[in-house]
Ligand binder design. Structure first.
Ligand SMILES: Cc1cc2nc3c(=O)[nH]c(=O)nc-3n(C[C@H](O)[C@H](O)[C@H](O)COP(=O)(O)OP(=O)(O)OC[C@H]3O[C@@H](n4cnc5c(N)ncnc54)[C@H](O)[C@@H]3O)c2cc1C
Length: 395
């Protein structure tokens, strides 16, 4: 007779959302397995800038909107986890920068917005004296400049840490070898492999990012519409790059930065600037060379003391995958959509992975799903996934 394996929760997708949730569930006493169809975090997570946001960039005209309020608790929650004192143990995760900065462009409106933003998050924002500016800016920028509560983590090391903590529960899945089957009432009755082996769970959870649509469709479960918001990030490696972590705020109507810069390392250990913000949003669908020209001009304008001759450039086209919104804009929070024994998750931001896990745990409790007294044998016949490569590794 075909083998039946049982677990409390079966998670699909091993980006930050799935791996964080796996840790939360197992720390809360649930048995849970995670199945990844490629490499861990291969969609958005390894391509993310790794900024744990404090909410400043979600402020409009100096007032906290709902996104800013939700996000503003997150740095504190992450810091506790990084110190081994939170719901998930992140000790050993690399922090790329403890500090993040905001540089208003030289316009009255940008300065006013930055000032109002700093007031709205007063306890989390500090205006710097010129001698406190990071080395790259000292003597080159007249100010003002702010230190904000954001910080930057190395996402591959985060994913590796989350996976290592639950190594015995993370597996690869090849969808040519397995399918989700439905029961008479439309719920999921099990994950059935071609050899007849079946995994049954109390709750099935999708954390598949951009792969959500096809997972749901192939199972006849079109129950959680999603949206994609495209970006084209720019990468640059050049001899002036000390590490820089800054939002450059322009005079547009909100604090969405004109340029958001984080610094990562390529395979040779050389620093690569990774450029997001308005540049990457406007760059979606643009010819890569034209976007690189625009990035070159923006950097020359912002940092006239730098010489970008001889720099190596690259771009990355990528979609943000989120729960569908009526107006197509960014959701204000992490999203959880439920249908019978299926939960579909999108964190919206890496930063909100803890908030998403809170929502899933609350849902399980509301459904009366409690940890089973006995945990069954794990699907040891499945392979173990690796963490995905970063886009800047080979620049
Ligand atoms: C360029 C960029 C920069 C960003 N920067 C930041 C930032 O600085 N700070 C921040 O807070 N947020 C940032 N974000 C947002 C953040 O990266 C995402 O919200 C977050 O990583 C989404 O995580 P996820 O686990 O839902 O999805 P993903 O990271 O996309 O992971 C989904 C996983 O599911 C797997 N999968 C797909 N289909 C299946 C299937 N059928 N079965 C099994 N597994 C499957 C994939 O292989 C992948 O491993 C950024 C996003 C982008 C695109």
């Amino acid at each position: 007779m075909a083998e039946i394996l049982k677990t409390d929760a079966l998670i699909f997708g091993g980006g930050v959302a799935g791996l964080w949730l796996l840790n939360r569930l197992r720390n809360a006493g649930y048995s849970a397995w995670l199945l990844e169809s490629g490499s861990l975090g291969q969609g958005q997570s390894v391509a993310s800038q790794g900024i744990i946001h404090s909410g400043l960039k979600y402020i409009n005209d100096g007032t906290l909107n709902r996104s800013a309020t939700t996000v503003s608790d997150m740095p504190c929650i992450w810091r506790r986890c990084l110190q081994g004192q939170g719901d998930v143990d992140l000790q050993g995760t690399r922090i790329l920068s403890d500090d993040y900065y905001m540089l208003p462009r030289n316009s009255l409106r940008a300065r006013l917005l930055s000032f109002l933003g700093s007031k709205a998050l007063a306890s989390k924002t500090q205006r710097l004296a010129p001698n406190e500016f990071p080395a790259f800016f000292q003597g080159n920028v007249k100010g003002p400049m702010y230190r904000i509560d954001d910080f930057v983590i190395d996402v591959p090391s985060l994913l590796a840490m989350l996976c290592n903590r639950q190594q015995e529960s993370v597996f690869c899945i090849d969808w040519n070898e397995a399918r989700l089957e439905r029961g008479d009432n439309g719920d999921i009755s099990g994950l059935v492999f071609n050899d007849g082996t079946c995994i049954k769970a109390q709750q099935y959870i999708s954390c598949c990012g951009g792969g959500t649509e096809s997972l749901l469709r192939q199972s006849g479960l079109d129950v959680a519409p999603m949206q994609r918001r495209p970006l084209q990030q720019v990468m640059v490696r050049h001899r002036h790059t000390g590490p820089v972590y800054v939002h450059c705020v322009s005079s547009s109507i909100d604090l969405t930065p004109e340029l958001t810069i984080t610094t990562h390392s390529n395979k040779a250990g050389e620093p690569v600037w990774y450029l997001g913000g308005r540049l990457a949003e406007d760059g979606a669908g643009m010819n890569a060379n034209n976007l690189i020209d625009r990035a070159r001009r923006t950097l020359a304008d912002l940092f006239p003391w730098c010489d970008f001759d001889g720099a190596e450039w690259g771009t990355l086209e990528i979609d943000r995958a989120e729960a569908k919104q009526p107006d197509g804009r960014r959701p204000e929070d992490a999203s959880l959509v439920t249908h019978l024994n299926l939960a579909v998750c999108w964190p919206t931001k890496l930063t909100l992975a803890p908030a998403l896990a809170d929502k899933v745990l609350a849902h399980l409790q509301a459904q009366g799903i409690v940890p089973s007294p006995q945990t069954g044998a794990a699907p040891q016949f499945l392979y173990r996934p690796q963490v995905a490569a970063t886009p800047w590794e080979n620049l």
